[in-house]
Design a protein around this ligand. Structure first.
Ligand code: ADP
Ligand code: MG
Length: 505
């Protein structure tokens, strides 16, 4: 698997009007015709991309983000995150502000990427696309669902799936059909974000926000596509995370007291954890393999993107003002360290075996949900919590129905192969080993044949009712999975045997 470094861009915003009015001096500049930045008199840093005060949104997008959109469509997970001090231009660059009121040229990364993703889809008529959007913020170390504000903090969990990818269990994923729909969800989520006025920034983001677009794609013109079903086709699922971090801030400069002060502490500790992860990953002399991802929610959420399987671009935003010299120097040092981080991007094909894994993972989650319900049940005797597990059961039921359909197909193949092999057995001379293998296959097929009728009797009436409906579903789903796996194994064996007969050894 090829290793590629995290790409690091630095963007220096222009002095703001109020900074000009207060006669702030510029202390950070791009060195013309290079990828270098100079801060103070002689500190020089080199980055993958550098943008000065007159760089446009279009330039930033085309240079850093366009390639990520193409990788997303190819099937890679991709991430862009904006890092930097409060008021340095992160939200402006990512495009997470009041998107509807922003003029075309000022639009940030997210609206441009959305446009391009849908453009790509419309130019790809031979592929079916399913697009989902979610929007989460980490506020004072708690997760909030910006698309479903009623969701309780306790119902959102960061987990790792069976492949080690980070997933947020319980977050609302809205299926969308058009760029406009995505934009209105983005606008809705932005409006719900925690921001407030500090001395450093009129609209200071007080949380880390992660806007995610996930794309599932499958070829249209295949045999399996004819019945319109998604799960019987090989598909690719890839995600684009847009991360707008809350800015690092000095409490003395922001003038924060009370609640704002407490927020500052949480924001800074999250960013400190991120800094530690970047240092640990980016230190070429590092001896220990331990990376402190678990120290904060934001580092857990960015695990795939930093040192993981995604393609990542980090955009470090800096203020040019000498008033912010220390913070800008700090940001540049972090950015420089991040250049040493290496990821191993992988394509996210989702063949049948992966779907089995996904179902097993779902079952694991269901079991855990059930256990925690049973625990709370013993105290409150309230069994049925909000519908999330039920929804999962419904989607699992759909998948099981699809797998049953596939099994019927395999069953048909087994029957055909059985007849064919009986004929061949009498006409082709086989050595002892081949005869033994064939007999084994006959025996195995007989076993499977005994099982098949019962597997299609439907899923009612089994299990111990006292265990509760979810428990019964979990057991039924496990049984269905097992049978599907047996049938698939059998089909695989037939294919091997057929190949051997055809090639005569
Ligand atoms: P952050 O999210 O890092 O706290 P913002 O994105 O909110 O900072 O930017 C602070 C202010 O600076 C905003 O008024 C924004 O419009 C302005 N700004 C940031 N970057 C630029 C830029 N490249 N060009 C013009 N104005 C900018
Ligand atoms: Mg911001």
């Amino acid at each position: 698997m090829e290793e590629i470094p995290v790409k690091v861009a630095v963007r220096i915003r222009p002095l703001l009007c109020k900074e000009v009015l207060h006669n702030h001096q510029v202390c950070v500049r791009v060195i013309p015709n290079t990828q270098q930045i100079i801060i103070g008199r002689d500190r020089i840093f080199t980055f993958d991309f550098v943008f000065g005060k007159s760089s446009t949104q279009d330039e930033v997008y085309n240079t850093c983000i366009k390639p990520l959109v193409l990788s997303l469509i190819e099937g890679y997970n991709v991430t862009v995150f904006a890092y930097g001090q409060t008021g340095s231009g992160k939200t402006y660059t990512i495009g997470g502000g009041h998107v509807a009121s922003v003029v075309e040229g000022q639009k940030g990364i997210i609206p441009r990427a959305i446009q391009e993703i849908f453009q790509n889809i419309s130019e790809n008529p031979s592929t079916d696309f399913k697009i989902k959007v979610s929007y989460i913020e980490v506020y004072k170390e708690d997760l909030r669902d910006l698309l479903e504000l009623e969701t309780s903090v306790k119902d959102l969990h960061i987990r790792e799936d069976e492949k080690g990818n980070t997933v947020i269990v319980g977050a609302k994923e809205c299926q969308v059909e058009s760029a406009d729909e995505v934009m209105s969800l983005l606008e809705m989520g932005n409006a719900a974000r925690r921001t407030s006025t500090t001395q450093m920034n009129e609209h200071s983001s007080r949380s880390h926000a992660i806007f995610t677009i996930s794309i599932c794609q499958a070829e249209k013109n295949t045999e399996a596509a004819k019945d319109g079903s998604w799960s019987s086709r090989q598909h690719i699922v890839s995600k684009f995370h847009f991360v707008d971090l809350a800015g690092s801030e000095r409490v003395t400069k922001t003038g924060n007291t009370g609640e704002r002060f407490k927020e500052s502490i949480q924001i800074n500790s999250g960013l400190l954890a991120l800094g530690n992860v970047i240092s640990a990953l980016g230190d070429p002399r590092r001896k220990s393999s331990h990376i402190p991802y678990r120290d904060a929610k934001i580092t857990r959420l960015l695990k795939d993107s930093l040192g993981g399987t995604a393609k990542t671009v980090m955009i470090t935003c800096v203020s040019p003002s000498s008033f912010n010299f220390d913070e800008s120097l700090n940001s540049l040092k972090y950015a420089n360290r991040a250049r040493n981080i290496r990821n191993k991007p992988t394509l996210n094909f989702s063949p049948e075996s992966d779907r089995m894994d996904e179902m097993e993972f779902e079952i694991k989650l269901l079991r855990e949900a059930l256990q925690s319900q049973q625990a709370s049940n013993s105290q409150t005797s309230q069994i049925h919590r909000e519908g999330t597990p039920d929804n999962r059961i419904l989607s699992l039921e759909e998948q099981v129905a699809q797998l049953q359909g596939e099994c019927l197909g395999y069953q048909h193949c087994i029957e055909e192969a059985f007849t064919l092999l009986v004929e061949l057995k009498d006409t082709v001379s086989l050595n002892q080993k081949q005869q033994q293998k064939l007999q084994e296959w006959f025996n195995m097929t007989q076993e499977v044949r005994k099982v098949i009728p019962s597997s299609f009797r439907g899923s009612c009436g089994m299990g111990n009712l006292e265990e509760g409906p979810q428990h019964i579903r979990v057991n039924q789903l496990k049984r269905e999975l097992k049978k599907c796996q047996v049938h698939r194994h059998c089909f695989y064996k037939i294919t091997c045997l057929r190949t051997k007969f055809i090639w005569g050894h």
